[in-house]
Write a protein that binds this ligand. Sequence first.
Ligand SMILES: [Zn+2]
Ligand SMILES: [Zn+2]
Length: 109
Amino acid sequence: MYDTVKERIKFYKSSPWRRKREEILKRDNYECQECKRNGKVSIDYNRFNIDTAQERKHKYLDVDHIEELQNRPDLALVDSNLITLCIKCHNKKHDRYQGKKKRWNDERW
Ligand SMILES: [Zn+2]
Ligand SMILES: [Zn+2]
């Protein structure tokens, strides 16, 4: 169902997901649950005015599927499978820090 990037992008652009994402961000108090668990203080939003803070939160936070979308499409919009993560923790979870893509390209060329 969500096997291709195209299908996943379509999902992430859909209004049910946008609504759900907002719901989860609110549920998690606009805090990265991973940072919270580790007792890390995330970005200090209080320094910004409301509008800017709202904007920044949206830039810094992702809603992650605990069970990946392509593995469990049935859990795509299920609250218990969704968690608020900051970009940093989210990248870490998906191992995007390793620069694999770059290395892969290097090998390829
Ligand atoms: Zn985090
Ligand atoms: Zn994720």
